[in-house]
Write a protein that binds this ligand. Structure first.
Ligand code: PRT
Ligand code: ZN
Length: 283
């Protein structure tokens, strides 16, 4: 049995649960309990505050966890990052009142910066040779400059609207983050095997999200051009249509390639182009 820690309630909970569902790992929800077992996978799920997840993994109370990379980095706990998960994207940034001219990182010299991320901030300031006072607070960092508590802040930014509504502007992004799967560094035996199974499923789901299944009809004499635009995984499937001289072509394409190639496909004579999502992709 592998024990996974996820955020109990917050920005990462829904996406973490949805990702497990996409991997066909389901479990009873909203029982309010701290721990539950998956129905169809040898896994227990532990629901925690995100700040506790790196420590629980380091101390082997949980084997693996889903947490923001910002939280792992700030915690200074030891855990392997297995893979980025593509949600919970944000950045940790320095921000100052918007009416102040910003001349560069040296602005923060001898200034007071409020943050809930003192460790990441300290390393960043050290790397940049800036000597500032870090004022650690536990929340609502964005109001600190207005209260006269600090001259700048270092906080998580996503859309930027919180900064804007507090009269602040972002001046230096210092750490980019997204949710990551982390694991105990010492995982062995059956637990390691179960983790491999989970990684296999996560990879299939991730590849599927990046790719689309494409079907189109084309005159036979333009098939060579179209096949060169849609190489697929090995090569596309080509099936004859009932109408003479025409074929149906099936392939897999990345979403970005599709938008780049759509005009070329039409010019080559493709018709009835259908693009569909893929649930899992294994190759
Ligand atoms: O209760 P618990 O301790 O588990 O949760 P929490 O309140 O500490 O964390 P939570 O749920 O707010 O965030 C969990 C994780 O989501 C963070 O550690 C980040 O990795 C990620 N994340 C992504 C964010 C944001 N986007 C985000 N926008 N975390 C926080 N914010 C906050 C930020 O602190 C600021 O107050 O949103 C505000 C800024 O948002 P914008 O869109 O106005 O820029
Ligand atoms: Zn937290």
């Amino acid at each position: 049995m592998l024990r996974l820690a996820i955020q109990k309630k917050g920005r990462l909970s829904e996406d973490s649960i949805a990702l497990l569902k996409e991997c066909d790992i389901s479990f009873p929800q909203s029982t309010g309990s701290l721990i539950t077992a998956a129905y169809d996978f040898p896994m227990e799920i532990l629901f925690l505050r995100d700040d506790d997840i790196p420590g629980y993994v380091q101390d082997q109370v949980a084997d693996i966890g889903i947490v923001g990379e910002n939280v792992l980095e700030e915690s200074r706990k030891e855990a392997d990052i297995i893979m980025p998960l593509g949600f919970g994207r944000c950045r940790l940034s320095l921000a100052i009142p918007k009416n102040i001219d910003y001349s560069g990182i040296n602005y923060f010299h001898n200034k007071n910066i409020a943050t809930t991320y003192p460790n990441i901030l300290r390393s960043y300031l050290l790397q940049n040779g800036v000597d500032a006072d870090i004022h650690e607070i536990s929340g609502s960092v964005e109001i600190a400059p207005n209260l006269g508590l600090a001259e700048g802040i270092c906080d998580i930014v996503s859309t930027g609207s919180t900064l804007l509504s507090n009269g602040l502007k972002e001046v230096e992004p210092i750490f980019r983050s997204q949710a990551v799967l982390i694991a105990d560094k010492q995982l062995t035996g059956i637990k390691k095997d179960i983790l491999e199974k989970l990684i296999f499923r996560l990879t299939a789901v991730k590849k599927a999200k990046k790719n689309k299944y494409i079907l189109l009809n084309a005159p036979n004499d333009s098939l060579d051009t179209i096949i060169s635009l849609l190489p697929g995984i090995k090569s596309p499937t080509v099936l004859p249509l009932a109408r003479d001289g025409w074929s149906s072509l099936h392939s897999v394409i990345t979403e970005t390639d599709f938008w780049e190639n759509i005009e070329k496909l039409k010019l080559a004579g493709a018709e009835g182009i259908l693009v569909m999502p893929i649930e899992k992709l294994i190759y």
